[in-house]
Design a protein around this ligand. Structure first.
Ligand SMILES: [Mn+2]
Length: 396
């Protein structure tokens, strides 16, 4: 029995990969200000270096999500530099994230902006992002829009929906056959009255209208409290519309807390829906697992390693659900036994098997401890400290 458990966990870990975001290594803050970290990455090279370090310790983060505005200072001309860094540091470019919210021109939106100039600029930036992705052999372009309005009556919601449909259709036409467009949703913030793509249904409709290579991206923090995220996941899987995840945890809103820090059982339930779907269908779902967190109090690299190892644990636990027993219990409406299948798997301590798996892969048993012993943090703190600490800026 014990060896079968280990085998199941090893198989789950062998296939589990998770993408780390470049912005997770940079100094970021809250709406109220930044608290700086001396070791934060300030350049694209430093982000690759930090990501490479996390991958070398965990072995499961071969790609890094890149942000077009922040990581490609020269736009398309930065492709060669980024490709060279990827080779140097041993992490490949992952999803490409356009920025359609930071420039002044986007004050009243991007694709939903009533000013045609803003919509055109947003389209050009999106086209560039697709070209950058193609140049780097990145498959996924992840779109998140801050578009929305703050006061009733101030936006034509249906007109904006049409603009979104048109823009996304045009962008879909620019994709190469192997590329995918991921459409992310979020109920509120920065807009506080209406958000143009506020929930999974809106993202689903827009993606479906855009074309077959458009899928929905589920950011776990982008839901109202108590929303049943795993049900959304199950529906998207059933419709072949689940493209990927942005993982993070939250207590109140889009808090960007460490995955599993508040509600690990929810992450487990999400993984369970995916693995149950795969078991029933007999094939793997094509889903990009990505982290979308930026920590301003925790050490950035420690937090990233903590997130990755937590994701592995929860994925491994979900793989332990006894599906035959679960299906039988569901069939016979044996509620307690069915629920018990999930609870038993969740309660299993998978850490010894994960440590053993790491050893077989030549990885440190405890990546966090190995990071602390490595001296990397001390080195980059010294190298980057003076620059980072003089770079505070202010909120107002
Ligand atoms: Mn996100």
């Amino acid at each position: 029995m014990e060896s079968q458990l280990t085998e199941t966990i090893f198989k789950a870990l062998d296939r589990f990969r998770i993408e780390i975001p470049s912005w997770g290594f940079a100094n970021t803050g809250t709406r109220f200000g930044k608290f700086l970290q001396a070791a934060a990455a300030g350049t694209i090279e430093e982000k690759f270096s930090d990501a490479g370090q996390v991958h070398s310790l965990t072995g499961v983060c071969p790609t890094i999500a890149l942000h077009v505005l922040w990581d490609f200072p020269h736009g398309l001309d930065s492709i060669h530099e980024v490709a060279a860094l990827a080779n140097q540091y041993g992490v490949q470019p992952g999803s490409i994230n356009p920025n359609l919210f930071q420039d002044q021109i986007y004050k009243f939106g991007s694709f939903g902006n009533p000013d045609e100039k803003a919509r055109t600029e947003a389209m050009e930036h999106s086209q560039d992002s697709i070209a950058i992705a193609r140049g780097l052999k990145s498959r996924d372009i992840s779109f998140w829009f801050a578009d929305g309005s703050n006061y009733p009556g101030s936006a034509n919601i249906r007109q904006r929906k049409r603009w979104f449909e048109e823009c996304l259709q045009q962008l879909h036409a620019a994709l190469s056959p192997e590329q995918r467009m991921l459409v992310e949703y979020k109920p509120f913030e920065p807009a506080f009255y209406h958000t143009d793509i506020a929930d999974w249904g809106m993202a689903f409709l827009l993606a479906r209208k855009a074309g077959p290579q458009a899928k929905v991206l589920v950011d776990t923090g982008h839901h109202y409290l108590s929303q049943n995220i795993e049900q959304i996941v199950a529906w998207l899987l059933a419709e072949d519309m689940l493209g990927g995840f942005h993982f993070n945890d939250r207590r109140y809103a889009d808090d960007d807390l460490t995955l599993g820090s508040i509600d690990p059982y929810q992450v487990f339930r999400i993984f369970h829906e995916i693995l149950f779907f795969e078991w029933e269908g007999g094939k793997h779902a094509d889903i990009a697992y990505m982290i979308d967190q930026s920590h301003n109090l925790k050490g950035k690299m420690e937090a990233m390693i903590q997130t990755v190892t937590m994701a592995q644990e929860l994925f491994a636990k979900a793989a332990l659900v006894d599906y035959k027993q679960l299906v039988a219990a569901q069939q016979s409406a044996d509620i307690v036994r069915a629920e018990g299948c999930l609870q038993d798997a969740f309660a299993t301590d998978v850490r010894p098997a994960i440590r053993a798996w790491r050893t077989t892969k030549g990885l440190p048993e405890n990546p966090q401890e190995a990071f602390r012993q490595s001296g990397y943090l001390e080195r980059v703190t010294q190298e980057r400290g003076a620059r980072n600490m003089s770079n505070a800026g202010s909120y107002a």
